[in-house]
Structure formats: structure tokens, C-alpha cells
Design a protein around this ligand. Structure first.
Ligand code: ADP
Length: 919
């Protein structure tokens, strides 16, 4: 079954299917019924990130470095998680500025600079070609493995010429395919809906193929993951693979790879194409930000199992990069290996297609067009329709890029494994990151800074990764790797400036990015930028709110005829018609066009030719500065100033509102206090008036009736004395309360023993209670109870509690019971009685000032000669206890059934206790 015709037939059949999907996608797009208007398709197309490098190489890398391959996928995961900020901003800018590639993006950011565009395109060309080579290698290698198994694959005889080399033909077939696929018409240069649909489809296929091999390995070859792990653990080498320290370069290697993958995900030309240029709807980012990481998770989940199984089973000497294929082959299967081959083909072709389209756009827009526009002799003015020309340029670029990839593969490809080639490209793409990221957020980054930074970063990348690679494949004298350039130790490319023992990628990344970023910032700080640069910088950094001002600021003049000729030449008649027709209608060639139309024309040209060329072309027909840059800048500045101002205002008003709220509640508190004070004064006056009234009444009787009998007179005088005592007690209490509340109550806290104090109070009380017929029992369940307190005040509290209990205990046989116990690090003194108790709703109210529960039988107290209460005892007691860090509350009486008042005080720290003991 694995004969060449069948395998080739299936491969070509698959390519044809892709083509049909792409054509269908394009047709639907033309009809306005886009099939890629779905966030899922967008997320799947982003998975073009997983190339043959993932499909075959991850297992290879896992077989050597354990879980380190995961970092390549954690980087993009991080990038997608930050997509609400970075990628969304890029997408917005790309839409308003009609960006066609990352080179175009950077060129537009730095004043539509031709130089920046050229530089980025060249770096991409040199840096990414190895990556394309890698895909070609993967396709031919997998084909060879498929055909030759169980023999080792024979790739190419050294003496044979290139037409016997399958990779060459693969490259050519792909070139034709991509030309048919990606450059069918010019205005598709902005977006390639058909291509995106096909790429999303390929992403599904490669995922399914990989999962099939994984499931087959784990559940058919082995009896589930447990079995596989158990078998692997019997071999020491494999146990090591499962641990984290198998990563080359250690912790530095981890961080380096992660950073590199993060940056490359944003800057690789194909990722930029799919993520930014092909994005049709900004909101798609939302789903992609979790769906794409999920995809990465799914496609990586079986990597380690396959690597382990491959190492356990496959014959020694098999290339780990081919385990995905050789495992099912070794089991004697026919269908699954073919599916895997198609999966790998999907991964490889997907990458090659997108990368080549992105690169060809870059080459034609950033390299060739500016050249053509500049050279006077080749001036294109006398040619009529140039849109065909443009497509031609792009097609040639596609062929050349693929041939370059093939050349790299043929000359160097075998020196590096799949993974290393990929990482070299990643490090190259990462060089765009400083100019890109700083350019997005720092308005001060200038064109000169970007140029110098890019050159420095690229040079260091060449010196630390690319050239040593050449040397290792024997194209250069490898001597300088060991001994440094011209024998200078500190110029060794893998240990630059004496930085040794780093893995070569992190090493290269550190130096190149350091130089790149440092120079970008440094030069930017000291260089002047032109008006256009400043405007573009402002438009990029303020991308959220810039499109509104942009259109209305065109001031140059041109006629419809001139514009029509220009557009027609580059975009074709129908596109020109669309652009010119929309608002004004046809007024003849001499009619001056509206500023918005010039803006639209420049954007349309930018979509096809890149921003730099579009600017040059528009300038060739527009008299005067096309764009009123001063005004744009002014408006942008005012917009951002207004925004800043608004933000501050908002903050201020929020603050004011908060302060207002605080004031209001403070005011309310004050008013409440005021009300309480009035109430207090009223109550105090009322309480004072009662004894005063009776004193006065009796005093008047005594004055007016001089011949009262002696016993009467004596009784009246007794009442006067009695009431005066009550009055002064009341005043004393009121003063206490006032001091407590104002915080002026001077307590005299000292270490004391609550047991001693309680006993003393009881001694004082005992006879009073006995006089009243109250049975007072005491239960002290602790030897000593050191607390900090004011002895006089605490005694006052205890007396008040016992006194109350006696007052309110049962009339017939009054009983009061006092207990002192320890509760963890606190002491509790509770006083209960057998009276009618305190109802739950009154339990807090009894602590309010002057509050006395109205009890039907309460009058008896006076009858029995007990003093009438003031309602101040409990509030004062609670205040005192609180001052000493304790609590006072009412609860159900546990034994006697009446009320129970509990006072709790914290135990004194050890030291005062010693002090006490010492006394
Ligand atoms: P008074 O001087 O009236 O005792 P307090 O503030 O000490 O003032 O007590 C407030 C009110 O709480 C008392 O008037 C009484 O109604 C109620 N009360 C206090 N202790 C008891 C108790 N042991 N049993 C029932 N009611 C009590």
C-alpha cells in the first residue's frame, strides 16, 4: 500500500482539497458571506504556529530535553492571555492604517519609513528562510521514512544533482500551489479569506492526526498511561526525561525560551499575518485567547508519551524526530502512518503557505516597489495597468523565497535538527519586538532609534547564531567558535563578553535584545523626528481614539482624473471605481476631489503596496502637503490631553463624592450625638427634679408648720437627708458617666487578683444583703485570677451587679449566686438571681442610660426601703469594664432561673503576675 503512486496521489489529493476549500472561501468572501467570520476559525488559523516543527520536532525535543518543549507553547499562551492589550491594539492600528505585513507595520509606525520597511523585510528574509527550509526537510524526511521503513531513510546522495532531490520538487509544487492560492487577485493582498479557511482546516487535520498517534501509542501499544509510565520508570535514562531538570541551559534556558517564544509569537511574519492582517473582527480575539491555548494543550498532551514509547520500542538509531511515524509503522499499521504523513504535511504546508504569502507581500511592497518608484528610468508613468505587474512581482517573490528555502535546506539543512533551526528563526523574529512593543506604547521611539536598534540586534543575532551555524556545517572555518574572532577570547560567538555556560539561544537573545532595545531607547532620546513620524507615532500609541480625526485633515488638492489614473494603474479599474464612486459621483476629470477621497485612496494603495509606497504615490499627484500634520498632531495631543484631563476630573469628582459621603455620615453622627445629648440633659433634669421636689416640699412643710410633732418633724428631716443623699449619689453617677463618655475618666489600672477583690466586695455586701434577707452564695473556681484593673472601680461594678441581683431577686426567698471561673485566657464573674429575669429584647437596652425596665412589682423595692434605681449603674459598669479591655453582658441564668450578668476580664500578662506574687 505504501507505494509511491499511492502516497503521492494522497498528498496531491489533499492539496487539491485544500485548494477547493480556499476557492470556496474566496467565493463566499466575494459574495459577502464570509466563512471566516467565526472566532473558532480565527483561533484554529492561529494554530499555524504549530508547524512540522511541532508535529515531528516536539517529540524529538522531548526525547532529549524532557518537558522543555512546552516552553515553546507557554510563550504564545502568555501572549494570547495578554491579547486584550497588545494584540488588540495591533489589530486596531492595522485596520485603520491598512497594514499588510509586520514590515509595513513598523515602517508605518516610524513615519512610513522606507528604510525601516527594507530592514525588516531583509531581516525576515534571512531569519525566516531556515524555517521554510525546515518544513521542506520535514516533508521529504517524513516521506522517506514512510517509503523506506524499516530501513533508515535515505535522503539524498551527495553527488546527485538537485533534480533528484525530492525537496526541490516539493518546493516547486508548493510554489505553484501558493501562487494559485494566494495571489489570485491583488486586492486580496489585504486579506486572504480562502487561505485562512484552508489553514484552519489544516489545523484540525494535524491535531486529529497527532491525537490518533497519541491514543494509539498509549492505549493500544501500551495498556494506558499507567503501564507506559511504569515501563519507562524501569529505565534510568527515561526517568530523567520525566523530570524538569532535563532542560538544556537550566533555569536560564527556561526563561530564555519562554521570552523568545512570547516575542516570536507576536513578530513572526506568518503569525502577524494571521493574528493581525487576516483578523476580520476584533472581538474574535476573545474566544481565541482561550481556544488557542487549549489547542496547544491538546496537541502537546501526547508528546511525552510518544517520546517515551519511541525510546522504549523503536530500534536503536531511529531519529526521535520521526517517532510519530515510526511507532505506528513498527506496529505494522498502514492507514495510521498515512494519516500521520498527511498531518505532518498539513503542519508543514500550512506554515509554508502563510509564511510565503506574508514574505512575498513584504518583499514586493517593502523591497521592490520602493525601488521601482525611485528609479527614474524605470519610471512607471508611461505604463498603463500596473496591477498585473504587481501580481507578477509577488509571484516571482514566492518562487524565489521557496527556492531560497530549498537552497538553505540543501546546503545547510542537515547540520541542525528540526528544533534548532526553528529556534534560530525565533531569535531572528524576536528582533522586531523592541521596535514593535515600544512603538506601540512609547511615542518617543523614533525612526533612527528603530533603525539602529534593528541593525545592532540583527548583527548580534548573525554573529551568535547564524554564522556559527554555517561554521558548524563546514562552510566556514569553525576555529573562531572555539577561540573567538581573531583569537579574542571575549569574541567567542557562544560566549560573548565572557558569558559562558548559557544555552546558545538564551545567550544570543540576551545580547541581541539588550543591544537592540538599548540603542532604540538611547538613540530615540537624542534624535529629532519629522512631523510625519510624530503623527504616526501619535496615531499608533493613541490607537484607541485616533481614526476619528484622521480623515478630516487632508488638505492637499488634486483632480479626479489624476487620482483615477493613479489608482487605476495600481489597483485596476473596478477597484478604482469603487473608491472614487462612493460619495461624490462622477463630476468629470477636472473636478477637485474631496479630502476624504484622498484619504481613502491612500489607504487603498497602502493595502496593496504598503504604507511607504502609498505615501510616495499620493504625493506624486497631490499638490501641497497631503496631510495637515500639524493639525493632526494638535488634535491628537488635545485628544490625549482631554482624555487625561477627563480622567483627572473624574478622579477628582469621585474623590469629592467620597468626601461628601463621609461628611454626610459625620454630620449624621453629630446630629445623632446632639439628639442624645438633648435627651440626656432632659433625662438628667428629670431625674434630678424628683428628689429636689420632695426635698423642697418637705423643707417648706418644716418651715411653714413650726409646731409639728417631734416624730413627724424627725421623719420629714429623715426624708430630706435621704433624698439629698440620693441626689448627690445621682450627681456622682452622672459625673462618672460624663467622664466615661468623654474619655476623661481616670482609671488607675494596676495588677490585681480578682479573687481577692471579689471576696472583699462580698464582705462589704454580705451584711447589707443579710439585712434584706437575701441568700448570697459564692463559688470561686480558680486559685488566683490576675487581671489589670482599678480596684475601686471594679469593686463598684461588682457591688452594682450584686446589688441589682438582690433588688430584683424573688420577693419571698431572694437568692443570689456569684461564680468566678477561668475561660481560656479570661476570667468570668457572673452574678445570677432567682428573680423574673430580663427578657431577651431588654438585654441590650438595660445598658442604655436611665433605662429601667418597667416591672409591675417594682414598687415593692421602695416599700422595703431599698433605694430606687437611677438606671445609670449598668451603663457605668459597662463603661468601666470596657475601659479595662473586658465585656459585660446579660444571659440566661444557668441555675437560679432569673437574670445573669456576666463580666469578663482578660488575664494579665505574666510579668505583672510575678510582681503581684512578689508582693
Ligand atoms: P438601677 O440603678 O435601676 O439598678 P441599672 O443600670 O443598674 O440601674 O439597671 C438598669 C435596669 O436593668 C434596672 O432598672 C432593671 O430594670 C434591670 N436590671 C438590672 N439588673 C437586673 C436583674 N438582676 N434582674 C432583673 N432586672 C435587672
Amino acid at each position: 500500500m505504501r507505494t509511491d503512486p499511492i502516497v503521492l496521489g494522497i498528498a496531491f489529493g489533499y492539496l487539491a482539497l485544500l485548494f477547493v476549500i480556499a476557492a470556496w472561501g474566496d467565493r463566499r468572501a466575494e459574495q459577502g458571506r464570509s466563512i471566516i467570520g467565526s472566532p473558532t476559525v480565527y483561533a484554529l488559523s492561529i494554530a499555524v504556529y504549530c508547524t512540522a516543527w511541532t508535529f515531528y520536532g516536539s517529540v524529538g525535543r522531548a526525547a532529549e530535553g524532557g518537558p522543555s518543549f512546552l516552553l515553546i507553547y507557554l510563550g504564545p499562551t502568555l501572549a494570547m492571555l495578554t491579547s486584550p492589550f497588545i494584540i488588540r491594539k495591533m489589530v486596531r492600528i492595522a485596520r485603520t492604517q491598512r497594514i499588510t505585513s509586520i514590515a509595513d507595520f513598523l515602517s508605518a509606525r516610524y513615519g512610513k519609513s522606507v528604510e525601516v520597511g527594507v530592514l525588516v523585510a531583509i531581516i525576515a528574509l534571512i531569519g525566516i528562510t531556515p524555517y521554510i527550509a525546515l518544513q521542506l526537510k520535514a516533508i521529504t524526511l517524513s516521506h522517506a521514512v514512510l517509503m523506506n521503513y524499516p530501513q533508515a531513510p535515505e535522503l539524498r546522495m551527495a553527488e546527485e544533482s538537485f533534480w533528484n532531490d525530492k525537496s526541490f520538487w516539493v518546493a516547486l509544487v508548493l510554489a505553484v500551489f501558493i501562487i494559485l492560492f494566494g495571489t489570485r487577485h491583488l486586492d486580496a493582498s489585504e486579506r486572504h479569506e480562502g487561505m485562512v479557511a484552508a489553514i484552519a482546516f489544516e489545523s484540525l487535520i494535524k491535531l486529529v492526526a497527532f491525537l490518533c498517534v497519541g491514543l494509539f501509542t498509549v492505549f493500544v501499544i501500551f495498556n494506558g498511561p499507567g503501564d507506559l509510565l511504569a515501563t519507562a520508570r524501569q529505565t534510568d535514562d527515561l526517568t530523567r526525561l520525566l523530570s524538569l531538570d532535563a532542560v538544556p541551559g537550566g533555569a536560564v534556558g527556561w526563561v530564555g525560551t519562554l521570552v523568545m517564544a512570547f516575542l516570536a509569537f507576536l513578530t513572526l511574519p506568518r503569525q502577524f499575518q494571521i493574528l493581525v492582517v487576516e483578523n476580520v473582527d476584533e472581538t474574535h480575539l476573545k474566544r481565541a485567547s482561550w481556544l488557542f491555548p487549549l489547542y496547544l494543550f491538546a496537541i502537546n498532551i501526547f508528546v511525552i508519551p510518544i517520546a517515551l514509547a519511541g525510546l522504549l520500542i523503536a530500534d536503536a538509531g531511529q531519529d526521535p524526530d520521526s517517532f510519530v511515524l515510526t511507532l505506528p509503522l513498527s506496529a505494522g499499521l498502514e492507514g495510521l502512518p498515512l494519516l500521520v504523513f498527511i498531518g505532518g504535511l498539513s503542519a508543514a504546508t500550512g506554515m509554508v503557505i502563510v509564511e510565503t504569502i506574508a514574505m512575498s507581500t513584504m518583499v514586493s511592497n517593502q523591497l521592490i516597489m520602493p525601488l521601482l518608484l525611485r528609479s527614474k528610468r524605470l519610471h512607471l508613468n508611461n505604463r498603463r495597468d500596473l496591477s498585473g505587474w504587481l501580481l507578477g512581482i509577488r509571484r516571482i517573490a514566492i518562487v524565489l523565497i521557496l527556492l531560497l528555502g530549498y537552497l538553505y535546506h540543501a546546503l545547510l539543512g542537515d547540520a541542525y535538527s528540526l528544533v534548532t533551526i526553528g529556534l534560530v528563526s525565533f531569535a531572528a523574529a524576536a528582533q522586531f519586538a523592541p521596535a514593535l512593543l515600544l512603538g506601540l506604547y512609547w511615542r518617543g521611539a523614533t525612526r533612527q532609534g528603530a533603525i539602529v536598534g534593528l541593525i545592532a540586534g540583527f548583527t548580534l543575532w548573525c554573529y551568535t547564531l547564524l554564522i556559527p551555524g554555517f561554521a558548524q556545517s563546514g562552510w566556514l572555518d569553525a576555529d573562531f567558535i572555539e577561540r573567538g574572532l581573531m583569537g579574542l577570547e571575549w569574541l567567542r560567538p557562544y560566549a560573548l563578553f565572557g558569558l559562558e555556560n548559557w544555552d546558545i539561544y538564551s545567550h544570543s537573545l540576551l545580547w541581541s535584545l539588550l543591544a537592540n532595545t538599548g540603542l532604540l531607547i538611547g538613540v530615540s532620546l537624542f534624535s529629532q523626528s519629522s512631523r510625519l513620524e510624530q503623527t504616526q507615532a501619535a496615531l499608533f500609541t493613541e490607537a484607541q481614539h485616533s481614526s476619528l480625526v484622521y480623515r478630516s485633515l487632508w488638505q492637499g488638492r488634486t483632480t479626479q482624473g489624476e487620482l483615477r489614473t493613479l489608482l487605476g494603474r495600481y489597483l485596476g479599474t473596478s477597484a478604482t471605481q469603487r473608491i472614487l464612486m462612493t460619495d461624490e459621483g462622477d463630476h468629470g476629470n477636472e473636478h477637485p476631489v474631496a479630502p476624504e477621497t484622498i484619504a481613502r485612496a491612500e489607504q487603498a494603495l497602502a493595502g496593496a503596496l504598503g504604507n511607504a509606497s502609498a505615501r510616495v504615490l499620493i504625493h506624486s499627484v497631490v499638490q501641497g502637503e497631503a496631510l495637515d500634520l500639524e493639525a493632526v498632531l494638535r488634535i491628537l495631543d488635545t485628544t490625549s490631553q482631554t482624555l487625561e484631563y477627563n480622567r483627572r476630573l473624574e478622579q477628582k469628582s469621585r474623590e469629592l463624592a467620597r468626601i461628601g459621603e463621609e461628611l454626610r455620615s459625620a454630620n449624621e453622627r453629630l446630629r445623632e450625638l446632639d439628639r442624645l445629648k438633648d435627651e440626656f440633659v432632659a433625662m438628667v433634669s428629670h431625674e434630678l427634679r424628683t428628689p429636689l421636689t420632695s426635698i423642697r416640699a418637705f423643707a417648706e412643710i418644716l418651715r411653714d408648720n413650726r409646731e409639728l410633732p417631734d416624730d413627724k418633724r424627725e421623719h420629714f428631716l429623715d426624708v430630706v437627708v435621704w433624698e439629698s443623699q440620693r441626689l448627690s449619689r445621682l450627681i456622682e453617677e452622672i459625673l462618672d458617666l460624663a467622664r466615661l463618655e468623654s474619655g476623661r475618666l481616670t482609671l488607675n489600672p494596676q495588677p490585681l487578683d480578682l479573687v481577692t477583690l471579689t471576696q472583699r466586695s462580698i464582705d462589704t455586701l454580705q451584711h447589707v444583703q443579710n439585712d434584706r434577707g437575701v441568700t448570697l452564695t459564692v463559688d470561686i473556681a480558680t486559685d488566683s485570677s490576675p487581671v489589670i484593673g482599678d480596684p475601686d472601680r471594679l469593686e463598684q461594678v461588682i457591688i452594682n451587679l450584686v446589688d441589682n441581683a438582690g433588688k430584683f431577686a424573688d420577693e419571698q426567698s431572694p437568692q443570689v449566686h456569684l461564680t468566678l471561673t477561668r475561660h481560656k485566657d479570661r476570667f468570668r464573674l457572673s452574678v445570677e438571681d432567682n428573680g423574673i429575669g430580663i427578657a431577651p429584647e431588654e438585654r441590650e437596652r438595660v445598658f442604655e442610660k436611665f433605662h429601667q425596665i418597667h416591672q409591675p412589682g417594682a414598687s415593692h423595692s421602695q416599700a422595703q426601703g431599698r433605694p430606687r434605681g437611677s438606671g445609670l449603674g449598668l451603663p457605668i459598669s459597662r463603661g468601666i469594664v470596657a475601659h479595662l479591655g473586658g465585656r459585660l453582658w446579660v444571659e440566661d441564668a444557668p441555675t437560679l432561673g432569673g437574670a445573669c450578668l456576666v463580666m469578663e476580664l482578660p488575664e494579665a500578662p505574666a510579668q505583672p503576675r510575678q510582681h503581684e506574687d512578689a508582693r
